[in-house]
Design a protein around this ligand. Structure first.
Ligand code: ADP
Length: 489
């Protein structure tokens, strides 16, 4: 690479500061991986309550930065901190917008002012960069919450000399979250109404901030090659397929990586006992302790234990899980579930534990340490997603010697290949059709192999040795950034 260039990551969640799902893992790890490759990467996110309460060391950088919203201006404070690997992180503080119990919603639904919250964030970042003189070659935006940034660069900020050489990348982590708002809201962003049309940021009479990111960014990426193709089809594009097909020359599918500084049983601080591919003994102990932590019967330590760690939503295949759970139990296996999300799924999943006390353990809520312990203590991880842009849990499972059973979709299909007893190739079990029967039959295959102790162990160990780290993916992003820098715009 000739000379360092600057990439500013803009994400609505970044681990370990604020997390509801995989996007946070990506936004917390990819910038570190890019820095290892010589990129001057930094990160920006809102200063949520979880950041305030997380005990992170932050320094106040700018106070009273005024940012337009609607007809007025709101002041915000900028704080700086860093990731554990030393990547600078900037936080936009505005208490009335971000100091709330959750990131996007409360139990009654999405926060009513999400448009205002993320429009303000998007615009504040640009004002902040300009004010602080932080040169940006590439602004890398993630998901709908940051979709207005590429629009700003092509409209309100177009003539600004400071942003003359700034290009934008927009990454789609999930096409199902489209950031839809009534058109009247657009006024608050300052973006001219002339951009509200079907080739711009209109989506069937509404403003879509996801579409805004797709249409106005210089390059679009998504988080696996297969998902990149799927979202261009009518079945899986959820209405965005047309606009994505139009931009297919600028659309790239790059697989997410696993951050092994956070997810590796040899160093994981959340585990009661550490283990590795060379020394697997500790895994059995993790299982015994997990069974007790989940309130399950200690006899279950001798049975196969299935884990499920997920947002509880239709996308994640909760319906399939609910349909097969009792059959799994009839087959003698145990089930450990950790999840939070839609209320009706939370109730239904909690009832599983009531219906099968001792055999199914359930924890409703978001619990990072427990997620690690279930990853380590389970023999099999279930990921029966209806669609899955990349999926990280199956990658973590491999590293923990936990065999994934996944639906063959998106990134799950790109990373998990069916195990073949004859050739000993493959790293897990897959099913195609989104039906309980297919799911159960894949689970059965896994349970039957589990009894062949030696082969099972070989499968676990080879999964643990596989490398899904960020470095290769970071190189692909680097290539995209390089392409943009030589771009005549
Ligand atoms: P998605 O981003 O669609 O939720 P991913 O598989 O990409 O799915 O990432 C999920 C991440 O969120 C993983 O790090 C997983 O461990 C974590 N996770 C999901 N649900 C929970 C939960 N209830 N408690 C703790 N961590 C969770």
């Amino acid at each position: 690479m000739s000379g360092k260039f600057n990439v500013l990551f803009l994400a609505p969640e970044v681990a370990p500061f604020a997390k509801t799902g995989g996007l946070a893992d990506v936004a917390g790890s990819l910038p570190d991986a890019l820095r290892r490759q010589g990129v001057d990467a930094s990160i920006c996110l809102p200063l949520y309550r979880t950041v305030k309460e997380g005990g992170f060391r932050l320094t106040r950088m700018i106070a009273g930065l005024e940012v337009p919203l609607g007809a007025g201006k709101l002041a915000c404070t900028i704080w700086s901190g860093e990731t554990s690997q030393g990547t600078p992180v900037y936080f936009i503080e505005r208490e009335d917008l971000y100091d709330r119990p959750n990131l996007y919603r409360n139990p009654a639904g999405d926060y009513y002012d999400n448009f205002e919250r993320f429009t303000f964030f998007s615009r504040a970042v640009l004002h902040f960069a300009q004010h602080a003189g932080i040169r940006i070659d590439v602004i890398h935006c993630h998901d709908w919450q940051t979709g207005l940034v590429p629009v700003y660069l092509k409209t309100l900020f177009r003539g600004e000399p400071f942003f003359l050489n700034t290009t934008s990348v927009f990454t789609i982590h999930n096409i199902g979250y489209q950031g839809l708002f009534p058109p009247e809201k657009l006024r608050l962003s300052g973006i001219p109404y002339s951009e509200f049309h079907p080739e711009g940021l209109e989506y069937w009479g509404q403003v879509s901030l996801l579409k805004a990111g797709i249409v106005y960014s210089d390059v679009i990426t998504t988080v696996s090659p297969r998902y990149g193709k799927e979202i261009q089809t009518a079945e899986m594009g959820l209405g965005m397929e047309g606009i994505l097909r139009k931009r297919s020359d600028s659309l790239y599918g790059i697989l997410n990586g696993a951050d092994y500084s956070q997810w590796d049983p040899a160093v994981d601080p959340h585990l009661p006992v550490r283990y590795s591919a060379e020394e697997l003994k500790g895994k059995k102990e993790c299982k015994t302790l997990l069974i007790s932590e989940m309130g399950m019967n200690e006899r279950m330590a001798d049975k196969p234990l299935l884990g499920f760690i997920s947002r509880l939503s239709g996308q994640k295949g909760c319906d399939l899980l609910l349909r097969v759970a009792h059959r799994v139990i009839e087959d003698g296996a145990g089930l450990a579930v950790l999840g939070a999300g839609e209320e009706h799924y939370e109730k239904a999943v909690a009832k599983l534990a009531e219906d099968h006390p001792g055999r199914i353990g359930v924890r409703i809520g978001f619990d990072e340490p427990l997620a690690h312990r279930i990853m380590a203590g389970s023999d099999i991880l279930l990921v029966p997603s209806q669609y899955e842009p990349c999926g990280l849990t199956q990658l973590y499972a491999l590293r923990y010697g936990t065999i994934p059973v996944v639906r063959a979709t998106g990134g799950l299909a790109d990373t998990i290949t069916p195990f073949d007893q004859a050739t000993r190739e493959g790293n897990g079990f897959r099913f195609e059709s989104f039906e309980p029967e297919s799911f159960f039959s894949a689970i059965r295959q896994a349970l039957s192999l589990y009894r062949k102790v030696r082969i099972w162990r070989q499968l676990a160990v080879s999964g643990m040795k596989a490398d899904f780290s960020w470095d290769r993916s970071a190189e692909s992003y680097l290539e995209i950034y390089r392409g943009l820098l030589t771009w005549d715009h």
